[in-house]
Design a protein around this ligand. Sequence first.
Ligand code: ZN
Length: 241
Amino acid sequence: MDHATARQDLAAAFRWTAREDMHEAIANHFSLAVNEDGTEFLINPKRHFSRMKASDLWVIDAKNPDSAKGTDAPDQTAWGLHASLHRHVPHARCAMHVHSTYATVLASLADSRLPAIDQNSAMFYNRQVVDEHYGGLALEEEGTRCARLFQDPSIRTMIMGNHGVLIIGETVAEAFTRLYYFERAARNYILALHTGRPVRELSDEVASKAAEQMEGATDSEAAFLAEIRAVLDAEEPDYAH
Ligand SMILES: [Zn+2]
């Protein structure tokens, strides 16, 4: 993928995250590796997600902390979490971290696992990890600790206990689709709990089968991102500039 497309895809993901109300102030970061070994990556500066442009994104070198400094630089947690991920997790070409409402409610429960109770949540069956050891802002040490939890390539969703959610993928389309469905699935689960009635949990066998059936749907992921970009092209085309 050329650099321009990478920037535009990522900018589109920021705009759509704002539309879905999954953003928070000017915090949280999305990153996308742009070189072979993944050590150079795009990341957002301190700007509201709703007005992020392709040309706003910074390129940071995961081996050089000075590349993350300067006017308008992404904050320190961007370096701490994302540089660690890109250094230690080669399949994490794209990483998205948010404190979206329902994912964060889930992360605030004593048991933060998302059970398979509907088709969306089944997507995450045996494909999620809960970080049980939140240790403050995601600076260098915290970032390295989180990166270690992603060593198994089948696990691409981390519910960060007491914090939020961290999603990885090979492409923007894959990571954003997963992020979107995770928030939807968490919303359904939290609302189901809210009724006070028992949830209807899927059997291991069915949850496992459904998860396999939905895995690797790269065509659907690409189509979702293409549709998002088509809407943005019509309504707020400056994202691509
Ligand atoms: Zn955070």
